[in-house]
Design a protein around this ligand. Structure first.
Ligand code: CAA
Length: 279
C-alpha cells in the first residue's frame, strides 16, 4: 500500500454511536483533510456539525452532500464561510452557529496553513500569515466560543496542533512557532475555564464542565503533505516507527473521544497521534 494511498482511508459512513447525540460541534477547516474526517467522526457519534471553510463554496457544498448521502437525511450539518485570521469573521461564524443550531458544545480549531521555507528565505509576510491563521485564528475562534460555554457551564475546545509544534522541523519555523503557541494557548484556556467555573461555584464533581485540549498529529496523508517534495517525504517516512503516514480518521477518533461528556477529567493535555515519531 502506498503511504498516501486514498484507499487506506477509514471514513465512517454511518452512525456508530450516540455519545455526542444532541451536541453541536463547530469545526474550522472542516470540509477537507483532517477537518472533514473530524466532522464525519463527530456526526458518526450523533453530533450536529457546523463546518467552517475559507473560500471554496462548491467544495463545501459537495462535502455537505456527501455527508447527507453517507449518514442519511437526519444529519444536521451547516456550512460557514470565514477567514479565521479575521476576528470579526470568527465572532460572526460563532454567532451564525448559535443562531442556526441554538447552542455550541464543541469547538474544534483545525484550520491551518503552511508556507514552508528555510528561515533565510522566509519573508516577514510568510511568518505573519502563518501565525495569523494558525495561532491568532485559534484565539479569535476560542474567545467567543468560550464566552458562550462559560454562560452555559459546559463545553469542549479541541485544538489541532502538530508534532511540529513539539519538536520543530526543517523549513517550518513559522508553522512550528504557531503550533507550539497553540499548546500554550490550550493550557492557559484550560486553566481559565476551570478557574471561572470554580469561582462561580459551578464546578460539579460529576458534571460535563469545560475542557480544553490539543491533539498533535504527526504527518497525515492530506493535500498538505502532497506539497512536500518526494525526497523529503521519503526521509520523513524512515523516521516514523509505524512506517506509514497517519490517516485523517486516526486523528478524528481522538477528537471525538475528547469531545465526549465522559472525558470531563481530561483538560490542558496534549494528545500525540504520530505513529511513534519523536518518542
Ligand atoms: N526533514 C528533513 N530534511 C529536510 C526537510 C525535513 N522536513 N525539509 C527539507 N529537508 C532537506 C532536504 O531533503 C534537502 O536535503 P538534501 O540537500 O540532503 O537533499 C535539504 O533539506 C534542502 O531541501 P530542498 O532541496 O528541498 O531545499 P529548498 O530550499 O528547495 O526547499 C523546503 C526547502 C521548502 C523546506 C522544502 O524542502 C520542503 O518543503 N520541505 C518539507 C517541509 C516539511 O516537512 N513540511 C511538512 C508539511 S506537512 C505539515 O506541516 C503538517 C504537519 O503538521 C506535520
Amino acid at each position: 500500500m502506498d503511504a498516501l494511498d486514498p484507499k487506506s482511508d477509514q471514513r465512517p459512513t454511518a452512525m456508530v454511536g450516540d455519545k455526542l447525540s444532541g451536541r453541536v460541534a463547530l469545526v474550522t477547516g472542516g470540509i477537507r483533510g483532517i477537518g472533514a474526517a473530524i466532522c464525519r467522526s463527530l456526526v458518526s457519534q450523533g453530533a450536529s456539525v457546523a463546518a467552517g471553510y475559507s473560500a471554496n463554496r462548491d467544495r463545501a457544498e459537495q462535502f455537505l452532500k456527501e455527508l447527507e448521502s453517507d449518514f442519511g437525511a437526519d444529519v444536521h450539518a451547516t456550512l460557514h464561510q470565514g477567514n479565521v485570521s479575521k476576528p470579526e469573521d470568527c465572532r460572526r461564524v460563532v454567532g451564525e452557529v448559535l443562531e442556526q443550531h441554538g447552542r455550541l458544545d464543541i469547538l474544534v480549531n483545525n484550520a491551518g496553513i503552511t508556507i514552508d521555507k528555510m528561515t533565510a528565505k522566509m519573508s516577514v509576510e510568510d511568518w505573519d500569515t502563518v501565525l495569523a491563521v494558525n495561532l491568532s485564528g485559534s484565539f479569535y475562534m476560542a474567545q467567543p466560543a468560550l464566552e458562550h460555554m462559560v454562560e452555559r457551564g459546559t463545553g469542549r475546545i479541541i485544538f489541532v496542533s502538530s508534532v511540529i509544534g513539539e519538536h520543530g522541523n526543517v523549513g517550518q519555523a513559522n508553522y512550528a512557532a504557531s503550533k507550539a503557541g497553540m499548546i500554550g494557548l490550550t493550557k492557559a484556556l484550560a486553566k481559565e475555564a476551570a478557574f471561572i467555573l470554580k469561582r462561580a461555584d459551578r464546578m460539579e464533581d460529576d458534571g460535563v464542565g469545560i475542557t480544553v485540549n490539543t491533539v498533535t498529529p504527526g504527518f497525515v496523508a492530506t493535500e498538505m503533505l502532497e506539497h512536500v517534495p518526494q525526497k523529503v517525504q521519503d526521509r520523513i517516512l524512515t523516521q516514523i516507527p509505524m512506517g506509514r503516514f497517519c490517516r485523517p480518521e486516526e486523528v478524528a477518533r481522538v477528537v471525538h473521544f475528547l469531545a465526549a461528556d465522559a472525558s470531563a477529567y481530561i483538560t490542558g493535555q496534549v494528545w500525540g497521534v504520530n505513529g511513534g515519531l519523536e518518542m
